[in-house]
Write a protein that binds this ligand. Structure first.
Ligand code: ATP
Ligand code: MG
Length: 399
């Protein structure tokens, strides 16, 4: 590997600071590789980049002038597993070049700040100064070049980072926070039940944040729910792809099941019976794609079908674990996340969901397993499930 030398560093690169990944001991290499793979895939649309890791930092270097650095930066701010994102300037490995790069590249940050400090790291032990000496040198020069700046070692407005590494030196300032969490794919695979509401996109995002690769299931009740309602769900999935990566949405035809339930079951149990079908069908999808869990946007006590007893009877028909990451959150807290991740405005578009089509006037809030099983004896449960699964339409959303 001699084709990269100190004389040809890229003008600018992006540094990613890894989060919990670094705590994972022996798994660390696997985590880093997963994160690098995810980064490479997401970066494709912005140009050709080289992505490598050294000492818990991932270096993202553009390989041509046509790379879209702004786009790459935005993309990497949504990459789970990363806790800090900085744009950095590469320069020659001399103290003078490092100061000049800091003064020029970080000019706007330095002009906007009133206090600063310099932190240096030196992994190239052949560099003539140690890291304390380099910080003192660059700090002294910056102090002179920007007379309004005062040094502050404890709580500076801006921290200038100087790093002397194998092939080049880098300067960068305060990193953006990064998306946190774990690289998608490290936490296994699950099927997420995606409605058009506020809660399920947030629940999906929270599981993806913990490294879970997702596929979506949406139950569609045409003509009771409109094509616009389905488009809205696909749009929500699309909005999640910058975090989750490519998402397959399994659109399940649900009309026949709902009509059958309305025809032959007691009205107070309608929603719970419907939710049991949703769980069973989602589990079939999970089996097909090798997923090991289900995800829903249920929150305890939010509606009649989300009491503890109601959740117990919907859980009872599946063997896979059901993850409900928003179960203990208030609506306000869920909405705050929905706004932050950009799904809220789409979620509140006024299209009906299949759950709102035949809502019982007096839904049962403390159901027993026996009464649901009794109601289901009147149905061809397996036949209805098989027909729905056979009618699934798959739509793939790309980031
Ligand atoms: P959301 O805001 O996510 O729609 P909600 O508070 O409206 O949730 P329900 O309508 O009772 O609650 O749905 C509970 C959960 O069931 C949803 O969070 C979602 O995971 C799943 N779900 C409901 N309707 C559908 C649907 N049409 N397709 C797929 N999943 C659904
Ligand atoms: Mg809903």
């Amino acid at each position: 590997m001699t084709n990269q030398t100190a004389s040809t560093p890229p003008a600018e690169l992006i540094l990613l600071k890894l989060g919990e990944v670094v705590l994972k001991g022996l798994n660390r290499r696997g985590f880093e590789e997963r994160l690098i793979g995810n980064a490479k895939r997401r970066l494709k649309k912005h140009g050709t980049f080289k992505v490598t890791s050294r000492q818990s930092i991932v270096y993202v270097e553009p390989l041509s002038d046509s790379c879209d650095m702004d786009g790459a930066y935005d993309t990497l701010c949504k990459l789970f597993g990363v806790v800090g994102v900085s744009r950095a300037k590469a320069c020659e490995k001399t103290p003078e070049a490092i100061f000049a790069a800091a003064a020029d590249y970080l000019r706007d940050d330095l002009l906007a700040a009133s206090t600063f400090k310099v932190e240096s790291k030196r992994s190239d032990k052949a560099f003539p100064m140690n890291s304390i000496q380099l910080s003192q040198y660059v700090g002294g020069e910056l102090d002179e070049a920007f007379p309004h700046l005062k040094p502050d070692m404890h709580d500076p407005d801006v921290t200038v980072h100087c790093e002397v590494r194998d092939f080049a030196a880098y300067v960068h300032a305060n990193p953006a926070p990064g998306a946190g969490g774990l690289p998608v794919g490290m936490g296994g695979r699950a099927v997420s039940l995606l409605s058009g509401g506020i809660d399920s996109p947030v629940a999906s995002w929270m599981m993806a944040k913990r490294g879970v690769a997702l596929e979506m299931v949406h139950f569609f009740s045409y003509p009771y729910t409109s094509p616009e309602a389905k488009d809205k769900v696909l749009q929500l999935a699309q909005l999640l792809t910058p975090w989750c990566g490519r998402l397959t949405v399994h659109v399940v035809p649900f009309t026949e099941i709902q009509e059958e339930l309305r025809r032959s079951c007691p009205e107070p149990l309608f929603t719970l019976l419907m939710r049991r079908f949703m769980m069973r069908i989602s589990e079939r999808v999970a089996q097909r794609i090798g997923a090991h869990g289900l995800v829903t946007g249920e929150s305890l006590g939010q509606v009649a079908s989300q009491t503890m007893d109601a959740m117990a009877v919907t859980n009872a028909v599946v063997d896979l674990p059901v993850f409900r990451p928003v179960v203990g959150m208030d609506k306000e807290e869920i909405i705050r996340i929905a706004r932050n991740i950009g799904t809220f405005e789409t979620s509140i578009l006024p299209y009906e969901d299949c759950c709102t089509v035949f809502t019982p006037r007096h839904p049962k809030t403390h159901p027993t397993r026996e009464e649901l099983e009794e109601a289901e004896t009147k149905l061809d449960v397996e036949g209805l499930i098989r027909k729905a699964v056979d009618g699934i339409e798959r739509v793939v959303m790309e980031p």
